[in-house]
Design a protein around this ligand. Structure first.
Ligand SMILES: Nc1ncnc2c1ncn2[C@@H]1O[C@H](COP(=O)(O)OP(=O)(O)OP(=O)(O)O)[C@@H](O)[C@H]1O
Ligand SMILES: [Zn+2]
Length: 732
């Protein structure tokens, strides 16, 4: 009887032994059902041995092995093992969370039967013109079958809703024969027409050649630093086109696919005869499973997905592309706190293939790697579209302006000019709601969340106060809860307030607000983007949702409000993020023939960040930041890890961290251990939070240290403390 070692979704970093009758080495990577305490769990076979360290007679048996789909490959298991080790997270949890939800369930994956239709001799001899011209579907189905000889059920149904019925009639007629096939699903084929391809400009051509060079089809990281509108997408498309034959696969990671629905259509249009699947959280369980399986079987050649797609098994992976590589959404902020971009680089290395990291504003980590020669830097320095130039960026000094509802006169005037010229304006502000808080001018009371260290945001239309961190909401009070003053005032501006103000200022203009509140309804976001493109909107008010990757040819003015808090923030990454965000949002203006203008309202127009921004000089700004980081001893010159703790009482969390710091001091590795401190957001959803930072100049030393520390910490984690390690943290 074999002993099977199984990884389970359990917060313990170990495997569990079971007896497995008939389970062999070939089953490594296969799902099994096993008893665990009084539960039954699905896990993955990691090893099959003949011995165990436990008393063999006490081992329980595997209840069921699911051979419904192929096992996870050794390549996948290696990548997941790497993540478990690097991020100090239990292997079983890492594996199980990388799988589509349906595969974690105890139910087997439904294996569908599907039909394949083949043309018969009789069918081949039918003359299409002998069919009545009214019989459109019949003609189309027969013609397609004659041209292709055989069609899958899925392909037939894309021809017309009644095509399958027609095909069955052909079978009865003897024109086609039907074969039943079992497979998990039929691959969907797209039915869009192939789009025209612009001629690459010189920069783009150089980039494509550098990426596709046959001699370089080994591991190399290419940092593609292309300004907004420089045609990075076109470079990706060509690079993929150059490798996507002989069954090879390409993986494209994007920050938030729902934010850029047109990207998927661009890819589909270009690769209309190639099976392309997307993988993101907007899909339902069945769709996600289906796409994942197509990728695993090698049928899907292009996989377009968000961070979770990095773990998809891909047997013929030949290139990875990470678009907007600087985007913080590649980092997961709970559970396994991995960075999909960093894991992608590791995966490319394990597979010995090239990886392209693209951005107009690369992360300082990647920029530094390019500077030190570890990554190859490719630059696209002009806008791709004819006549499109970068917009002019100027600051409006708000110390010298009287603001109306947060908006300055020069900005109002600029909007008015656009309205007169029938062009569009975008007002960018990263705060949804009407105002970030309400306050009492008499006693200085303000609306605060009881459960979090944050304010309650006013949502005026619904007369609600809402916490954007824990979701708590309550009715707007009619009077001040402390002094009874009925005259409460909104404090600061949110998108709703700016929308209202602009609608009052320009009663004839069509104002559209785009933020997470206004796009909650299904399809709302897509419809709104269409409205903007159809020029049914004059003024857009929106959050960062609007900043990324959109092409609005009529948009010529961008106004940015409320940017100052990031300039002097305690978070050392705040200015890097602000710069990236402003470059992105500025990048929406002037993408077609009409030049654009960007106006930024600030009290600090002389800040070096604006200096770099005005010149569109990411490189100079990045160098300034790197110098600062080096002096301060921050990443990318240091490697960091954060031990996070939360407890009902702050003291409990801090005590735990103090003990963990003691443990750390006794370990033999050169890391700096800082003092435990309350988190910047010290209270969240009723829990007090604190953390402890450790730093090292060497990634290797940090990794050896973390391994030991992670094993030691459970000894001091008593009572109601919840803790987790965050390796390479992005948020504090
Ligand atoms: N060689 C080319 N000739 C003409 N137009 C091009 C060329 N390459 C790309 N374009 C067009 O230029 C526009 C901008 O390209 P794209 O969206 O890829 O830019 P980007 O670098 O991804 O910018 P962003 O970072 O702002 O998303 C698109 O409309 C694209 O079709
Ligand atoms: Zn709250």
């Amino acid at each position: 009887m074999n002993v099977v070692q199984v990884a389970l979704d359990i917060p313990l970093n170990r495997l569990f032994d079971y007896l497995g009758d008939g389970i062999t080495q070939d089953d490594i990577g296969t799902r099994v059902l096993v008893p665990f305490g009084n539960r039954r769990l699905v896990g993955i076979v990691i090893a099959v041995n003949t011995e165990t360290n436990f008393a063999i007679e006490r081992l329980k048996s595997v209840l069921h092995i699911y051979r419904d789909i192929p096992p996870l490959s050794a390549e996948s298991l290696n990548l997941l093992q790497f993540c478990s080790d690097y991020y100090c997270h239990p292997f079983g949890e890492v594996i199980m969370n990388a799988l589509p939800t349906r595969m974690r369930r105890t139910l087997p994956i439904p294996v569908k039967k599907y039909s394949r239709f083949c043309i018969t001799q009789a069918g081949l001899q039918v003359n299409l013109s002998s069919l009545p011209s009214r019989a459109i579907v019949k003609r189309r189905v027969l013609q397609t079958l004659q041209e292709n000889n055989a069609l899958d059920q899925g392909e037939v149904t894309t021809l017309s809703p009644t095509a399958l019925k027609t095909m069955r009639e052909f079978v009865v007629h003897g024109w086609a024969s039907e074969l039943e096939s079992t497979g998990v699903f039929t691959p969907p084929k797209t039915s869009v027409t192939t789009s025209s391809r612009p001629l690459l400009n010189e920069d783009q051509q150089l980039a494509v050649t550098a990426i596709s060079e046959p001699a370089l089809q080994t591991f190399q990281v290419i940092l593609l630093n292309g300004i907004t509108g420089s045609g990075k997408t076109e470079v990706y498309l060509h690079a993929i086109e150059n490798i996507i034959h002989h069954g090879r696969q390409a993986l494209v990671l994007v920050p938030e696919i729902n934010l850029t629905p047109q990207l998927e259509s661009v890819f589909r249009a270009r690769f209309s005869d190639i099976c392309l699947v997307s993988l993101h959280s907007g899909l339902n369980e069945t769709e996600r499973l289906q796409n994942w399986l197509l990728a695993q079987k090698g049928e899907a050649k292009i996989i377009l997905g968000t961070r979770l797609a990095i773990f998809t098994p891909l047997p013929a992976l030949k290139i990875i592309i990470v678009d907007e590589e600087h985007d913080s959404s590649f980092k997961q902020q709970e559970g396994l706190r991995y960075s999909a971009r960093d894991v992608a680089v590791i995966r490319a290395k394990q597979n010995n293939i090239p990886i392209v990291l693209g951005s107009a504003t690369p992360s300082l980590e990647s920029f530094y790697n390019a500077k030190t020669g570890r990554y190859q830097l490719l630059t696209l320095s002009t806008r791709a579209s004819m006549n499109a130039v970068l917009p002019e960026i100027r600051c409006i000094d708000t110390r010298r302006q009287k603001l109306q509802e947060g908006i300055s006169d020069p900005l109002i005037q600029a909007i008015r000019n656009r309205l007169a010229r029938k062009e569009q304006s975008l007002i960018f502000l990263n705060r949804r709601g009407y105002s970030p808080a309400i306050y009492c001018p008499e006693c200085a009371w303000h609306s605060a969340c009881n459960r979090c260290s944050s304010t309650l945001v006013l949502h005026l239309a619904e007369r609600k106060l809402r916490c954007h961190h824990c979701g708590h909401e309550e009715k707007t009070p009619l009077a001040c809860p402390t002094c009874g003053n009925p005259d409460l005032k909104p404090l600061g501006q949110g998108t709703q307030r700016v929308e209202t103000a602009l609608a009052a200022q320009f009663p004839d203009a069509r104002v559209l607000r785009i933020d997470r509140d206004s796009t909650r309804r299904k399809h709302a976001w897509k419809e709104m983007l269409q409205q903007v493109r159809d020029e049914e909107v004059d003024i857009l008010v929106g959050t960062q949702m609007l900043a990324k990757g959109h092409d609005f040819p009529k948009l010529t003015l961008v106004g940015a409000l409320n940017v100052d808090s990031a300039l002097y923030s305690a978070d050392f990454r705040a200015s890097e993020r602000l710069f990236a965000q402003l470059i992105q949002v500025a990048g929406r203006a002037g993408r077609a023939a009409i030049p654009g203008e960007v106006l930024i309202q600030t009290q600090f127009p002389d800040h070096p960040l604006f200096e770099g921004l005005r010149k569109h000089d990411y490189t100079a700004f990045a160098h300034t930041l790197l110098t600062e980081r080096e002096q301060a001893g921050f990443p990318p010159f240091m490697f960091q890890a954060l031990l996070r703790a939360e407890a009902p009482q702050l003291e409990t969390a801090l005590n735990f961290l103090a003990q963990a710091a003691h443990l750390a001091a006794d370990l033999p590795h050169p890391v700096t251990v800082y003092d435990p401190v309350p988190a910047p957001m010290a209270r969240l959803a009723g829990k007090e939070r604190a953390h402890l930072l450790v730093q090292s100049q060497s990634r290797g030393a940090m990794q050896s240290f973390l391994k030991l520390w992670n094993e030691a910490i459970p000894k001091v984690a008593k009572g109601k403390v919840r803790w987790s390690l965050d390796v390479d943290p992005l948020e504090f």
